[in-house]
Design a binder for this molecule. Structure first.
Ligand SMILES: Nc1nc2c(ncn2[C@@H]2O[C@H](COP(=O)(O)OP(=O)(O)OP(=O)(O)O)[C@@H](O)[C@H]2O)c(=O)[nH]1
Ligand SMILES: Nc1nc2c(ncn2[C@@H]2O[C@H](COP(=O)(O)OP(=O)(O)OP(=O)(O)O)[C@@H](O)[C@H]2O)c(=O)[nH]1
Ligand SMILES: [Mg+2]
Ligand SMILES: [Mg+2]
Lengths: 291, 278
């Protein structure tokens, strides 16, 4: 726990000791360590500590009886600010249809999240349509069809067609069939795979999504900035979903992703069941990252 | 890293940055830099080229210290229990391993012990077909341990060299799922001696410090004889395996470098360390 490490640094202050800038620098070294252990990006940490230092050497901390607690509060509040402070909702389901497109690296949880979003829409009495636009992964279409079937949601799929065409046809189908929300599952891909990134650009151009969501694994390490930056540069993301938050990864990738894209993290996937979905809470995430 | 400079704070900072960026982690980075200072002093090295060479050798040493031979020694079957958290690439890696071993003249069988996730068996069946190996399955929702038992018994009676057991992704924080994994191993041990069963943990190459926790918990449950690090065809360096080698002494057996059946390479510490610093 960070506050315990601070006790060690500040214990000599009780009584005669006067809080010095050196004490604060030592405390911030511990903060730096904690953030790096939490997988926050190295550069983001460096900038964060610089910024925190100017605040922490201010009067409020220097004159405080509990400087350790003050510093934790400064750091925590700054993390919350970096994470966007408030919860941000998804684009409302008010078009005919509203379109969400999910993208991200391989295995991050996209297909499962599509199912979750469809269930969430159903529970709001909206009619969802799932679109199976991953034509590469073995049994990906089957996977989405099984998920759709489990919640009574239709899955659109098309043989002998490329993903942009599948999504485009799906939208025409959705318009004709009073679908409220169309959710496109796409294949996992590397941000450095130009061909597949172009495919996503084409999907976006064909369906004009109301949400273009990057699904990122909460246990992602330093690579989070690279992937988020590239996806955002090429596609213009509208939001981010963090998956597998039911594990014990500290989730520093959240800070890195938000810092490099400025995109709101809207969703927290917290399990394998289709009901395991929550809005993303910046304050809870900040506490988790600090450990 | 600029060449021709002295071993000074700037050089150390730059080295620290590349180690952290590679997901080596703050604790392992501190230890490596400490050791680097000592070795550089002993070698009276101050220019960045020599220091950098010492650094790479030290990391190679860490990575090679736990290596064991991979190919069977004539005893059969070797059973590889493929474990790992969700989405790391287990099923795909099983397909690649089957192909790899077949290319090395071994007979291979696969067991579909993910009886839980949507289309998991269908996905594995496609890989079994691509690699040309027999797949042992059961009904959806069946107890994975009973599939493992059947597959192990069949592997023994057929004189199979390698049985690869694909398991469902599971977070190490879920006690009931870790119990299920233990049961799979326990039941397999009724068929084949424990020293013929190898637990291989599949780690996603983009994973950060959480991989240490994964290794610890999976080791506690069913042992961890080797790692396979996937998705290293991306921009992640997979440096967490250096921390794992140092702290937990688990070696890397293979790396996954793509989504096709031959995108699997036996681990090579030299090329891995070079790639860490590219
Ligand atoms: N514990 C946990 N598992 C999850 C979560 N989200 C997805 N999963 C699991 O993660 C694995 C990968 O999920 P998928 O939905 O197939 O991931 P994907 O991004 O579609 O994968 P690709 O299409 O191959 O890129 C599956 O085992 C899911 O059940 C989550 O929030 N928590
Ligand atoms: N680029 C790349 N993708 C990979 C690699 N290995 C696996 N994948 C992809 O990662 C995704 C997940 O692979 P799976 O084999 O389904 O992973 P898993 O661990 O079996 O997933 P669960 O069973 O759901 O836990 C798929 O899209 C694979 O094609 C690799 O080495 N490189
Ligand atoms: Mg998918
Ligand atoms: Mg699998």
């Amino acid at each position: 726990e960070l506050i315990d490490k601070f006790d060690e640094i500040f214990k000599n202050l009780r009584g005669a000791g006067k809080l010095t800038e050196k004490n604060i620098k030592d405390a911030l070294k511990e903060v730096r360590r904690a953030l790096l252990e939490a997988d926050v990006n190295y550069k983001v940490v460096r900038d964060f500590i610089k910024h925190a230092e100017t605040e922490a050497v201010g009067e409020r901390v220097l004159k405080s009886i509990e400087p350790g607690q003050q510093i934790v509060k400064i750091v925590h509040d700054e993390l919350v600010r970096l994470l966007g402070e408030k919860m941000v909702p998804l684009a409302p389901i008010d078009k005919a249809p509203t379109v969400y497109v999910l993208c991200g690296l391989q295995g991050s949880g996209k297909t499962t999240l599509c199912g979750k979003l469809a269930l969430q829409a159903k529970r709001k009495n909206k009619k969802p349509l799932l679109v199976a636009a991953d034509i590469y992964r073995p049994a990906a279409i089957k996977q989405l069809m099984i998920l759709g079937d489990s919640i009574g949601v239709e899955v659109f799929h098309l043989d002998n067609a490329k993903p942009p065409e599948i999504c485009s046809q799906a939208k025409k189908y959705a318009e004709k069939n009073f679908i409220d929300l169309m959710i496109c599952d796409t294949a996992g891909r590397l941000h450095i795979d130009d061909e597949l990134m172009v495919e996503l650009e084409e999907i976006k151009a064909r369906v004009a999504p109301d949400e273009l969501i990057l699904v990122a694994d909460a246990m992602t390490g330093q690579d989070a900035v690279n992937l988020a930056e590239k996806f955002h540069q090429r596609l213009g993301l509208t939001g981010v979903a963090l998956s597998k938050l039911d594990g014990d990864a500290r989730g520093g990738a959240a800070i890195s992703i938000r810092a490099v894209t400025g995109c709101p993290i809207k969703l927290a996937s917290i399990g394998e069941k289709l009901s395991d979905l929550e809005p993303f809470h910046p304050d809870r995430m900040a506490s988790r990252i600090l450990g | 890293i600029v060449t021709g400079r002295k071993l000074d704070d700037d050089l150390i900072d730059e080295i620290e940055e590349s180690l952290l960026k590679a997901d080596i982690g703050v604790a392992a980075t501190d230890r490596i830099i400490e050791r680097l200072r000592q070795l550089a002093k002993e070698a009276k090295a101050t220019d960045s080229d020599t220091v950098f060479g010492i650094l790479k050798d030290e990391i190679k040493k860490i990575l090679e210290s736990n290596r064991k031979s991979l190919m069977g020694n004539g005893i059969r079957p070797h059973i590889w229990l493929i474990t790992g958290v969700n989405g790391t690439g287990k099923t795909t890696t099983v397909g690649k391993l089957a192909h790899y071993f077949k290319n090395n003249g071994k007979s291979v069988m696969i067991a579909a012990c993910d009886t839980f996730r949507a289309a998991a068996v269908e996905q594995l069946a496609i890989w079994a077909e691509r690699s040309g190996v027999v797949l042992v399955t059961a009904q959806s929702g069946a107890d994975p341990a009973s599939v493992a038992f059947d597959a192990a018994s069949s592997a023994v009676s057929k004189g199979i060299d390698y049985l690869l057991i694909d398991t469902a992704g599971r977070l190490h924080t879920k006690a009931n799922l870790m119990e299920e994994l233990k049961k799979i191993r326990r039941v397999t041990e009724k068929v084949v001696p424990s020293n013929q069963i190898f637990s291989k943990l599949i780690i996603d190459g983009t994973t950060g410090q959480n991989a240490l926790s994964q290794v610890k918990v999976f080791t506690d449950a069913v042992g961890c004889d080797g790692l396979i690090v996937t998705k290293l065809d991306g921009t992640a360096r997979g440096g967490i395996v250096v921390a794992i080698a140092q702290e937990l002494s688990v070696p890397v057996d293979f790396i996954g470098i793509g989504e096709s059946i031959d995108d699997l390479e036996a681990f090579n510490a030299d090329s891995f360390v070079e790639a860490l610093f590219e």
